[in-house]
Design a protein around this ligand. Structure first.
Ligand SMILES: N=CN[C@@H](CCC(=O)O)C(=O)O
Ligand SMILES: [Zn+2]
Length: 412
């Protein structure tokens, strides 16, 4: 089936298909066409341009987008959207004065979510998770990275990854799965950290590879979690099974994790709330995408990634939600884009680039997603009538998405 969108007030993020990411000054530029049309055939974008050149084009369905913007769907490249239960009690504990780290040290945090997930059936985990997936699609997300990491046992990590696989099979959006068994040390391995790392390497990884359950390997490289040496060992082990590295790094402390990520040619280094000059220098020599999670900074009240420093140094930046029960219980990419503008001083052009093409790069899919390009997947947002694209981040908290098209089908 073909869909033609006509009279588009402004078509955003129009790029040649070979552009895989944008960096530095180029992030300030968002290529657009005013008074445009867009043509999709089945799941693919096949043509676009000015309305002046739309005269002889017909399609099975025509949508009039007068007064509305059209842009690629958001690419949310860092989520933990598969989880069981919630952690609203910890939210209240933080309001009453405890820090995220103090809560974690008392056995809350990731271990709290792991306990709940271990006691939740695969079926129940799937139904809880798909509610969130359905919601984020309505909010304009068309590609999603999903991590394991609340299992922390062989059985429960596999349970999480099988749920991710099932979501992938049953939903039209693009999904990439990340194995994050190294998210925290389980209580039973508190005094035997090497034992847990051995379990990941010798038990979890071979099974995951055997069932083809993950694309990427992630590690929470942080004080009190996995050290530089642990992360190095784990990423190397993941690579042997074909898993591309990514890291949670510099969330609370900067101690060389970014350089380690670059050494491993990580696809992205994520969080970066704490950043040293040497981190920026090392990233300049790499293809690794720095990735920021503003909703986590907002929710925990920790610093925001210094986006200006990264972009002004000529680097690219991707934005994602970090959707998880502890540090960012929201999968709203529109809020992420707004918050990046409001709190990180990114321009709307930079934020939209970071949430589309650069997010796609951070999932290794920017050859097919993240821009309006001929031959790319027809993943499209049509907004409500709005004055300009600046209005999208400006009107924070307002839902300005009217229609979401995923792989050429109207989905929301
Ligand atoms: N920092 C590590 N992992 C998650 C939070 C996990 C949790 O608190 O449940 C994050 O990216 O923020
Ligand atoms: Zn995370």
């Amino acid at each position: 089936m073909s869909i033609l969108i006509i009279n588009i007030k402004e078509l955003l993020q129009v790029r040649a298909s070979h552009v895989l990411k944008v960096s530095g000054k180029d992030m300030k530029h968002l290529p657009t066409i005013k008074n445009a049309f867009l043509l999709m055939d089945n799941d693919t974008i096949i043509d676009y341009g000015s309305m002046d050149n739309c005269k002889n084009i017909t399609a099975d369905k025509t949508i009039d987008a007068k007064g509305k913007l059209v842009l690629p769907t958001w690419c949310d490249s860092h989520t933990h959207i598969v989880y069981a239960g919630n952690r609203e009690q910890e939210f209240v504990d933080r309001i009453n004065g405890l820090s995220y780290v103090e809560i974690a040290n008392r056995g809350g945090g990731i271990l709290n979510s792991a306990k709940t997930l271990q006691n939740t059936s695969e079926e129940d985990l799937y139904s809880q998770s798909i509610q969130r997936v359905k919601n984020v699609i309505k909010l304009g997300t068309g590609a999603l990275e999903i991590k394991s990491g609340y299992g922390l046992t062989v059985e429960s990590e596999l349970k999480m990854l099988r749920v991710i696989k099932r979501i992938k099979e049953n939903f039209p959006i693009e999904i990439k799965a990340t194995f994050l068994g190294a998210h925290a040390f389980p209580e039973s391995f508190k005094n035997n950290k090497k034992g847990y790392i051995d379990l990941i390497i010798n038990q979890m990884l071979p099974k995951i590879a055997n069932e083809n359950l993950a694309d990427f390997m992630d590690v929470f490289c942080e004080k009190g979690y996995f050290s530089i040496e642990d992360t190095d060992t784990l990423l190397s082990a993941g690579k042997k099974h074909g898993l591309v590295p990514k890291i949670h790094v510099n969330q609370f402390n900067a101690f060389g994790g970014v350089a380690l990520g670059v050494k491993h040619r990580a696809l992205s280094v994520d969080h970066l709330e704490e950043l040293e000059l040497e981190d920026i220098e090392v990233l300049k020599e790499s293809d690794t995408m720095p990735l920021s999670l503003p909703s986590c900074s907002y929710f925990l009240g920790i610093p925001y990634t210094p986006a200006r420093q990264l972009i002004d140094a000529g680097l690219p930046l991707a934005l994602a939600t970090d959707y998880n029960p502890g540090s960012a219980p929201s999968g709203n990419m529109n809020f992420v884009v707004s918050t990046a503008c409001i709190k990180m001083k990114m321009t709307p052009e930079e934020a939209i680039n970071a949430a589309t093409i650069n997010g796609a790069y951070a999932m290794g899919i920017s050859n097919e997603y993240g821009s309006i390009s001929k031959g790319k997947k027809a993943n499209i947002i049509i907004t409500k009538p709005v004055p300009s694209y600046n209005y999208l981040p400006y009107a924070f908290g307002e839902n300005n998405i009217e229609t979401v098209i995923i792989k050429g089908r109207i989905t929301a």
